[in-house]
Design a protein. Sequence first.
Length: 258
Amino acid sequence: MPREALTDTEARARRDEERTRKRFARRQWRRRWLAWRYVVALVVVIILVAGGVWAAYFSSWLSVKDVDIKGVSGNTTLTDAQVRRAAAVPTGGPLLRENLAAIRHRVAALAAVKSVEVSREWPTKVRIDVVERTPVAVIDIGGQLHALDASGVVFSSYQHAPANLPKVSTSAGTDSEALYQGAEVAAAMPKSLAAKVDHVEVKSVDDISLALASGKTVHWGSAADSGVKAQVLAALMKAKPDVRTYDVSVPGQPVTAG
């Protein structure tokens, strides 16, 4: 027999029952998602972290391919090639595992390097920032000409002394502090005075003198108050151009002789 048609009341009841069933299913799904979403999120995080660790430490994506050197002009005492050789940065390995401290130590061992910083330049470079020593004078050691910076550090070599640098002369027994004082004197000399100086004679920390190209001598004393001494000397040389010796070791009481 054919099925009897549903009454309006029965139809509405069935529709309400279907909506209730669907709402219940949605609530069940939401409850299950709330229970599992933290697990899913944790799994995603683990995958991402594991992928990042693999990419950083083991893959070739972030491996060292080049070295970027900054601060070396190539026109001074240090060249890009010298820094590269000293740094000896191994290529091909993961950038994150590169031993930056070891690279820094090797570059800092170069006498012409005043300071150096080594860092990672993502994604594939090691960056080396170098500050070179600036020569303030030339010193003759054992017949070999070397550069001398303002800290009294001897570095690099010259075949011929640069015309713009004063020379420092000292005996073999001169200590490092005296050499530092001599470098300070050389660095403090104004260009007008440096042009007249043949060399700076360093005997001890308190016994430094200037041998002028004219054959005259200036007793300088220590490096203390070098700026004031230079001013006093300029006034003395102008007031007494014919004397042979100037003594500005005590700038408040300068002395001339000859």
